[in-house]
Write a protein that binds this ligand. Structure first.
Ligand code: ASP
Length: 325
């Protein structure tokens, strides 16, 4: 397979640091050998989410609570148009949400194609903890949410409705390359006791077909955690992650000795090999991984992906990922 000249890590390591104290060590320590606990890492520029997770972790809380609390932040933010309240609707104008959560013991819960509930991540957690099942979808998930006391709400904001009406004028169905519309949050954490957990939540692709579900609520595609090995999550064109069971693939690669960075790169390359470089260039896909030693890796198809890392030494550093193209 021909490969464009690969950019080096140095070329890519553009760090935006929110705390002056971390300027000198910032991104580089994301790749150092000894990572400190606790730690939280999330896709994209999700500093508020990391902060909420950090509030749990820094008080000796569980990684599971941390990832849930972190995921709830963009879910509640009407300005975040790709997660929860304010998420862009499908092509019928309906906001449909997907989410999943997984703990260090491989307990997991998921909901997909849920309407009218702002916090699918918490419904997913309830599926995990209060049912014998892993996944509930559509009306069934909504009935379950109502029975659990979740509040039904209108999720389509005026801004998102306006964007949809604008889209309707051409109704151009282009689910592929549009990095601006891929802002799913995948969030991975390791608590002070070493437990690894993850969560992933999204409104999916903007103006998707009604009923379309991507990778984000699919255990093994948008999220996977093995408490003995590591965790991985994904963002971007969900169909591609499902095709290679991306997050599970990355955890398996780590199990067989790859670093989180190597595992993310191998998964992206596998995806590109399957699609061919021409097609893959149009696909925005990114993976983020964390191993049991607290090492972080990230890799994406194109040069748009960034992630947010919080450790005891670096508060919410936004780090640019390396990419294939
Ligand atoms: N992965 C999400 C999906 O395919 C989209 C995204 O990351 O924005 O539904």
């Amino acid at each position: 397979m021909s490969h464009p000249k690969r950019k080096t890590r140095r070329d890519f390591l553009k760090v935006s640091v929110l705390s002056a104290s971390v300027l000198s060590t910032g991104a580089l320590s994301a790749f150092s050998s000894q990572e400190k606990r606790p730690l939280v890492v999330s896709t994209w520029r999700n500093t508020d989410a990391n902060n909420a997770a950090w509030n749990v972790l820094s008080k000796n809380g569980r990684a599971l609570d941390a990832v849930e609390q972190g995921a709830r932040v963009p879910e509640a933010n009407p300005k975040d148009t790709s997660v929860g309240y304010g998420g862009l609707p499908d092509r019928e104008g309906l906001v449909t949400l997907d989410a999943c959560i997984m703990d260090e013991k491989s307990n997991c819960g998921s909901v997909a194609f849920v309407q009218g509930y702002k916090h699918p991540i918490s419904i997913a957690r309830a599926v995990m903890e209060k049912t014998p099942h892993v996944m509930l979808v559509g009306k069934g998930a909504e009935q379950f949410a109502a029975a659990q006391g979740f509040k039904k709400e209108k999720l389509l904001t005026k801004e998102s409705e306006k964007a949809w009406k604008e889209w309707l004028k051409k109704s151009e169905y282009k689910p592929y390359h549009n990095p601006g519309q891929h802002d799913t949050i995948g969030i991975l954490a390791q608590d002070a006791d070493g437990n690894l957990c993850g969560a992933c939540t999204t409104s999916g692709m903007a103006f998707k077909m009604h009923g379309r579900v991507g990778d984000s609520p699919i255990i093994g595609a948008g999220l996977y955690v093995d408490g003995e090995v590591g965790a991985a999550t994904a963002t971007g064109v969900g169909e591609e992650m499902i095709r290679i069971a991306g997050s599970h693939t990355i955890v398996e690669l780590m199990r067989h000795g790859r670093s989180p960075q190597q595992a993310c790169e191998e998964a992206i390359k596998r995806l590109i090999e399957k699609r061919g470089e021409e097609k893959a260039k149009e696909l925005s896909v990114a993976f983020l991984a964390l191993n049991i030693k607290g090492k972080v890796g990230a890799y994406s198809t194109n040069d748009v992906f960034e992630y947010t890392l919080t450790t005891p030494d670096q508060m919410h550093s936004v780090i640019r990922s390396e990419s294939y193209f």
